[in-house]
Ligand binder design. Structure first.
Ligand code: PGA
Length: 262
């Protein structure tokens, strides 16, 4: 469970709208699973398209590898064409969901909408992987207020007891591989993880905030993952493009497993 696993690194695959068939999805999942069985210090979560989730959920393995969704709706059931609720996910043994991903925000999700989704998913007992991150990095520091506003809007009305079911991901939009124009450094991530933890502390209290994992996302690969964990204060990583290659993603898991942290 997220609140217990500060000792474990969390590596999340965000497959986005990939791959094209259930056959390929199962093959990729099984290949990753082999690596996770040997990586005792890593908890892996594969966030796949809805269609593949019930099958992949059958391949989950305790604390080593779980599946997650990439979004969920705030109502439990009803006339909401195309939506999938947190209630429906929980019923299929899907225990994780990404919310607030920048690609969904770019499709029109407001901070308020993300907040309603977060409240519903936590209320259903799901573990929420909440993505925050600025669009641009300005010199004046406005990006900090952007990230703080995202955190407040998503979490201000959440009861404290749910915070241990939260995994935060800092994903600067400008560093995501599809439109990366620069690379985040572990040193910048360290600064952001301290800022995010402080902001969380103001909402749920220091004692709880210290236990919430904060991950880094944005062009993570086998070469840079260790740096973000070792020097960037990240409790793991959320990986997009590199999670679609069994070889690259397995290597990311292995490197995260090998990192020595005090
Ligand atoms: P990336 O994607 O690893 O391809 O940059 C991360 C994400 O968008 O979740």
């Amino acid at each position: 469970m997220p609140g217990e696993k500060k000792s474990k690194r969390i590596i999340i695959a965000n497959w986005k709208m990939n791959p094209t068939t259930l056959f390929e999805a199962s093959k990729l999942f099984q290949a990753i699973k082999k690596t996770t069985l040997k990586a005792t210090r890593v908890q892996t979560i594969v966030c796949a398209p809805y269609l593949f989730l019930p099958t992949l959920a059958g391949f989950q393995s305790g604390q080593r590898i779980s599946v997650g969704a990439q979004d969920s709706f705030y109502e439990r059931v009803g006339a909401y064409t195309g939506e999938v609720s947190a209630t429906q996910l929980a019923g299929e043994d899907i225990r994780y969901v990404i919310l607030g991903h920048s690609e969904r925000r770019a499709m029109g999700e407001s901070n308020d909408l993300v907040g309603r989704k977060v409240a519903a998913a936590l209320g259903e007992g799901l573990n929420v992987i909440l993505c925050v991150g600025e669009k641009d990095r300005d010199q004046g520091g406005d990006y900090l207020s952007e990230v703080s506003a995202q955190i407040h809007a998503s979490l201000a009305s959440i009861p404290r007891r749910y915070f241990l079911n939260l995994i935060m991901v800092y994903e600067p939009v400008w560093a995501i591989s599809t439109h990366a124009n620069a690379v985040e450094s572990p040193e910048d991530m360290l600064h952001m993880s301290i800022f995010i933890r402080k902001t969380l502390g103001g909402i749920c209290g220091k004692d709880i905030a210290i236990k919430i994992p904060i991950l880094y996302g944005g062009s993570v690969d086998e070469e840079n993952v260790a740096g973000f964990i070792e020097r960037g204060g990240a409790d793991g990583a959320l990986v997009g493009r590199a999670s679609l290659s069994a070889t690259s993603f397995s290597e990311i898991i292995k490197r995260a497993n090998e990192v020595k942290i005090d």
